[in-house]
Design a protein around this ligand. Sequence first.
Ligand SMILES: [Cu+2]
Length: 151
Amino acid sequence: MKFLVLKKETLLYFLTAVIMLAAISAWFMLKAGDTAVFNQESSEGNVREIHMVTVEFKTKLKDGKEVEVYRWDPGSIVLKTGEKAKLYISGINGDEHPFYIEGTDIKGTVKKGKETIVPLEFDKPGTYHLICQMHSDRETNGPMIADIVVN
Ligand SMILES: [Cu+2]
């Protein structure tokens, strides 16, 4: 009788061990699954993120006159032909910057405190100008032009 009780106990221990092992492997399998999904997502698009801001330089001249200029920062970005990128432009200075990219049909507006996302992909190499229509030259507190260099 005692032997039988012991055997039951052993069986219980064995069962507990099996359940624990199953739980641990299930946890690892789920974890591996999560990683696989994450990897799929990151390799699927392979879209590069590029961040840009709108800035303003301002100064007072000796005669008291104020001069200012608006710029895209960075002023140039480099892409490979066919490379997919997302350009995130944050509006820091200036209420708004309506822009277009020369040689494309891309246009939009960057507003203060907001982020404008511009998907980029160029089939032909060259230098494409990102031009702010409001600050396109020195007369209008520009030139607010960034170069998108495609190699
Ligand atoms: Cu502007």
